[in-house]
Ligand binder design. Structure first.
Ligand code: GDP
Ligand code: IMO
Ligand code: MG
Length: 429
């Protein structure tokens, strides 16, 4: 039962989209199991860039079945736009793209509430993407949410929407002094999306298990990253879903024993979008250099990403939380512009050295990172296609990461293109 989880090991934007697309050539099915269009996953094939927010990054491979699982939250408007752009690029998806009947729908009030809550938080804001993700997941937990099966049925949609709005309008009006929403107006806008998306709705659990039984290879595509996990991330500066590898179980309906391996995506330096502690953040020219060289601007909101050195204390925690079986290292080509590379190996908190990532944000805010320095390579590596072609100093940096994190590197990505990829060890072994 060869199922593999692809998980972001940092704060998101590690290059999951590129890696999922690359690995899909060896997979039959790709499943998104959490998150929504807070994600922005970039795939570059033949110099052409595609940014996917909801549709799995395996969609550009013609024969691959792509599933949006029950653990996701979907904005129908955004999904329809994404289908439009696939149509425009000639990418066929009919008959191989499916939406779980249990996925939750992001409604217009979720987006208004997301922004209103951020305003309410003021200086304590999370820095969300403003896409309604938190309020949609909150409604799921509160049992006011609308599932895709309800959304796709006109009578049920009207009823569920009316029920939800009766409650939501109280909050919109009385708490946030926002305009209430009319059932008919929302229906008028959303019914065409429901009409268009209805043919894609399926019981994804049956499809996933059918594929597993037939011995097909499945890839579960994580969104966001480990440190944005609702339970184990830097709470409250997190997203509202389980971003860890274990999230696959609830988000796609598979038991833990079905998962054969966990492929952790690690960017060769660190980035973060939004608020919250970031121990190795670089607020100087080097941070600016990494942002410029790595094009570190959000694929969803366009916000500049905060940049910093690789943090192996954080990565050890991520390896533990996900049970990572191998690492795919991305974007080391960006570090070519740096003469001396720093790696964080331990933390000092209140003058005490620790190798452990603190569980609470108040301790994380006090961290002084302890660095080790390594010489850079000053030589373009984006054309390398084999481990042996990499400069010795790059190989040393990669091996140091393996030993500090305690997980072997299976693949090194040296550029955004599908072909700019070096397989060092089989990630599916
Ligand atoms: P995701 O959210 O994890 O899928 O990552 P994003 O797509 O948001 O951000 C990663 C960015 O880095 C995208 O612009 C990719 O095209 C790009 N990228 C991915 N891998 C590499 C790499 O190895 N080198 C370089 N230079 N860019 C890469
Ligand atoms: P991908 O899949 C990076 C961040 C937001 C914010 C926090 C909460 O492309 O790696 P939310 O809108 O989810 O309630 O925002 O999480 N965030 C991401 N940062 N990459 C992402 O996705 C992210 N999705 C959410 O910036 O700090
Ligand atoms: Mg992204």
């Amino acid at each position: 039962m060869p199922a593999y989880v692809i998980v972001g090991m940092q704060w998101g934007d590690e290059g999951k989209g590129k890696v999922v697309d690359y690995l899909t050539s060896q997979a039959d099915m790709v499943v998104r199991h959490q998150g929504g269009n807070n994600a922005g996953h970039t795939v570059v094939v033949g110099g052409k860039q595609t940014v996917l927010h909801l549709i799995p990054s395996g969609i550009l491979h013609e024969g691959t079945v792509c599933i949006i699982g029950n653990g996701t939250v979907l904005d129908p408007q955004v999904l329809c736009k994404e289908l439009d752009s696939l149509d425009a690029s000639g990418c066929g998806y009919k008959g191989r793209l499916f939406i779980s009947s249990g996925a939750h729908v992001i409604m217009p009030y979720h987006k208004v509430l997301d922004k209103a809550q951020e305003r309410f938080r003021g200086s304590r804001k999370i820095g969300t993407t403003g896409r309604g993700i938190g309020p949609a997941y909150a409604d799921k937990a509160d049992r006011f949410g609308i599932r895709f099966a309800d959304f796709a049925d006109p009578a049920l949609f009207r009823q569920k929407l009316a029920d939800a709005l009766e409650y939501k309008n109280l909050i919109l009006k009385d708490t946030f002094h926002e305009e209430p929403m009319e059932v008919d107006a929302v229906l008028k806008e959303y019914a065409p999306f429901a009409e268009r998306l209805r043919p894609f709705v399926a019981d994804s659990v049956v499809m996933v298990h059918d594929a597993l039984r037939k011995g097909k290879r499945l890839v579960f595509e994580g969104a966001q990253g480990t440190m944005l996990d609702l339970d184990h991330g830097t709470f409250p500066y997190v997203t509202s879903s389980t971003t860890l590898a274990g999230g696959v179980c609830a988000g796609a309906g598979v038991g833990p024993k079905e998962v054969n391996g966990v492929i952790g995506i690690v960017k060769a330096y660190s980035t973060r979008v939004g608020e919250g502690p970031f121990p190795t953040e670089l607020l100087d020219d080097t941070g600016e250099l990494l942002r410029k060289q790595g094009h570190e601007f959000g694929a969803t909101t366009g916000r500049p990403r905060r940049c910093g050195w690789l943090d192996c204390v954080q990565l050890r925690r991520a390896a533990m939380l996900n049970g990572a079986t191998s690492i795919v290292l991305t974007k080391p080509d960006v570090l070519t512009v740096v003469d001396t590379i720093r790696i964080c190996t331990s933390y000092k908190i209140n003058g005490v050295t620790t190798m452990d990532f603190p569980a609470h944000v108040t301790d994380l805010e006090k961290v002084v990172p302890v660095y080790e320095e390594m010489p850079g390579w000053n030589q373009d590596i984006s054309g390398c296609r084999a481990w042996d072609e990499l400069p010795a100093n790059a190989q040393r940096y990669f091996e140091r990461i393996e030993s500090l994190v305690g997980v072997p590197i299976s693949i090194v990505s040296v550029g955004p293109g599908r072909e700019q990829t070096i397989t060092h060890k089989d990630p599916f072994a």
